[in-house]
Ligand binder design. Sequence first.
Ligand SMILES: [Zn+2]
Length: 68
Amino acid sequence: MRHHIVAEQLPDGVTLKEWHMVRGEEQQSMCGRDVAEGAAELPDDAWGTDSAHPFCHTCGALYLREVP
Ligand SMILES: [Zn+2]
């Protein structure tokens, strides 16, 4: 099961709030946020790079525990 990264936007729908990690095809991020329809996505190997910044601290911690 692949992880991927999704964007959470501010309510204006344009400004990036932060990136979250999502497990496989789940509809919620690992920290429990609903994934917005049509949210921008990145592959999980973008984790820790400038493209996935700022990144949700909760998702980051959980991801590190799951991925060797
Ligand atoms: Zn998160």
